[in-house]
Design a protein around this ligand. Structure first.
Ligand code: ZN
Length: 119
């Protein structure tokens, strides 16, 4: 049977060249991530179950590098150091996003929150 090539009816949308009005640019995001990374000394600040600890690399694959964790919805609260912290893949993705572990609302609340979540 001769097969005809699959044709896309709706063209793929182009990636947005510039961020939406009021949204941070790629370099704004990178500098926030750098600030948060340095503030944390490169270490995961969540320390949930399964966290390996230690200094996370700045780059590398998504499973090993340090993640910029938005403690509060970035859409509503924006990209702010006060509502961000550094996390590892296990804490940020597996525990927070997949399992739904509640994170503190702000960076300032992290120490107290961590006492209640000590792994
Ligand atoms: Zn962690």
């Amino acid at each position: 049977m001769k097969r005809s090539p699959i044709k896309r009816r709706v063209p793929l949308r182009q990636r947005r060249a510039k961020p939406r009005r009021g949204q941070p640019t790629a370099s704004d995001k990178a500098s926030l991530r750098r600030f948060v990374y340095d503030r944390a000394g490169g270490k995961c600040e969540l320390r949930l179950k399964g966290c390996k600890g230690g200094v996370l690399p700045w780059d590398g694959d998504v499973f090993t590098r340090g993640h910029l964790v938005h403690l509060r919805a970035r859409r509503r609260f924006g990209w702010r150091a006060e509502t961000s912290c550094l996390g590892c893949y296990s804490c940020h993705i597996e525990q927070s996003h997949v399992k739904g572990v509640k994170l503190p609302a702000t960076y300032a609340e992290l120490p107290e929150w961590r006492l209640a979540h000590a792994a």
